[in-house]
Design a protein around this ligand. Structure first.
Ligand code: SAJ
Length: 421
């Protein structure tokens, strides 16, 4: 089949590459000219394990092209951002615009698939009104579905293949066509439903995690006050066959889990009470983490401390800083007039004035290291080599380092949610 993928970001590019390497002729579209150029040159504008070699293969074989404009195709896949605005309501302009952009290229028999995560009813209320402008009859001449991506950054290529998929067509024929297409590489089961159900299911999945993480964060703060290590307590609770408590931390980041619950709050603010509170709890964790650090240093009598923040990505081993709680933790340190440097081996451009690309520089004369992201690179630090610090104090908001190893090297180790500090 010929497939036009609109949006070549964290989801669109891997998806385009997968289809291209599984017998389809793919044309990728992005408004970012620099990204398009890079893709044509087989260069990555995003980091994802296994992407580089797969991109090379697809471009060399001539099965993947890229441009800023769509072309005619059998199938159009839309994978553009659907963020929230300042006021926490959904920004659907990218979805609407991407849909409008493909309309001039649509022909009878085409299938349009939305992969972006969206508030329930977006296909019906935002996409369909654009698609009717093609003059094609929706459901008989033009087929439409929502097939939300479910992959986790860092393991995209594994999960694209192995995860089950929800396929929500606007009618059965749309679902059937979509299932058939994804069967090119998906080994998981395809579950067909209607478009609005699929939209809700996807938003529910991410909200489930957000609420569960908020619960874990609440427990961490309680444990901290009563002398219990929450990490140990959660591990023990999760031995119960029907309990799965998530992990606490300095907050929830990314473009999905910290965003999608707001779609439900916007949809029904009266009913989405717990969902709203969970968002607020998780959004409060950066401030809690900064205050925890400030309290530890004050208790040690360290005046005008210099903090080395380790980890700016929103989670481990990725290069993505979107909605990262680390940015807010840094901000909370600023608010407390604390001196900071920030370092992340995965974030190659300086996004914050405090950021440095040099680990030595970041840690030089530091009163404390504050680990905010569970990068493998931080776990591998040999604490005995850290000889440029002002104090041997490490605060681990992710419980990610080997405590014994650091203590042996003479460090005072503090872990968020563990009052054995
Ligand atoms: N986090 C915690 N505690 C946890 C799990 C995560 O504090 O127990 C934090 C992480 O540190 C990170 C944030 O939450 O800051 C989100 O990380 P994540 O790994 O849970 O999720 P994402 O945003 O990378 O990907 C999620 C996934 N959804 C679910 O797990 C239900 C993924 O499958 C989706 O495809 C993706 O959202 C998406 O695009 O919607």
């Amino acid at each position: 089949k010929s497939i036009c993928v609109v949006g070549l970001g964290y989801i669109g590019l891997p998806t385009a590459v997968m289809f291209a390497n599984h017998g389809h002729k793919v044309h990728g579209v992005d408004i970012n000219e620099k990204a398009v150029k890079m893709i044509r040159n087989k260069e990555l504008h995003i980091e994802e394990h296994g992407l580089e070699e797969r991109l090379q293969l697809a471009v060399d074989a001539g099965s993947l092209t890229a441009d800023t404009e769509p072309v005619e195709a059998d199938v159009f896949i839309i994978a553009v951002p659907s963020p929230i605005k300042e006021d926490k309501t959904a920004e659907l302009e990218y979805v609407r615009q991407a849909t409008a952009n493909v309309v001039p290229y649509l022909k009878k028999g085409n299938l349009v698939i939305l992969e972006s995560t969206v508030p329930p009813k977006t296909v019906e209320n935002v996409m369909i009104p654009e698609l009717v402008k093609s003059g094609l009859e929706i459901g008989t001449e033009l087929f439409v579905s929502h097939s939300p991506e479910r992959v986790i950054p860092g393991k995209v290529f594994r999960e694209l293949v192995s995860n089950d998929r929800i396929i929500g067509g606007i009618n059965e024929e749309s679902s059937r066509m979509t299932t058939e297409l994804y069967q090119s590489f998906v080994e998981g089961t395809m579950h067909e439903t209607d478009a609005t159900t699929a939209e809700l299911v996807k938003v529910m999945e991410n909200t489930y995690r957000d609420v569960n993480i908020a619960f874990a964060n609440e427990l961490a703060m309680i444990a901290q006050n009563i002398g219990v290590n929450i990490w140990e307590a959660i591990k023990l609770a999760n031995y119960h066959p029907r309990v799965n408590i998530h992990t606490p931390g300095p907050g929830v980041g990314g473009h999905c889990i910290a965003v999608d619950p707001w779609f439900l709050v916007e949809l029904d603010p009266e009913k989405a009470k717990m969902i709203h509170l969970a968002r607020r709890t998780n959004d409060g964790m950066p401030s809690y983490t900064a205050q925890l650090t400030a309290d530890i240093l004050a208790a040690k009598g360290i005046k005008e401390p210099k903090i080395a923040v380790l980890g700016l990505a929103f989670k481990g081993n990725i290069d993505d800083m979107r909605e990262s709680p680390s940015v807010e933790v840094v901000n909370q340190f600023r608010v407390r007039n604390m001196n900071i440097t920030a370092y992340d081996p995965h974030i190659k451009e300086n996004n914050l004035p405090e950021q440095t690309q040099n680990f030595e520089q970041a840690t030089n004369e530091a009163s404390a290291l504050v680990i905010l992201t569970e990068h493998k690179a931080f776990k591998e630090i040999d604490p005995t080599t850290l000889t440029n610090l002002a104090n041997k104090i490490v605060i681990d908001a992710k419980n990610s380092i080997d405590r014994a190893k650091w203590e042996q090297a003479g460090f005072d180790v503090y872990v968020l949610g563990d009052s054995k500090n």
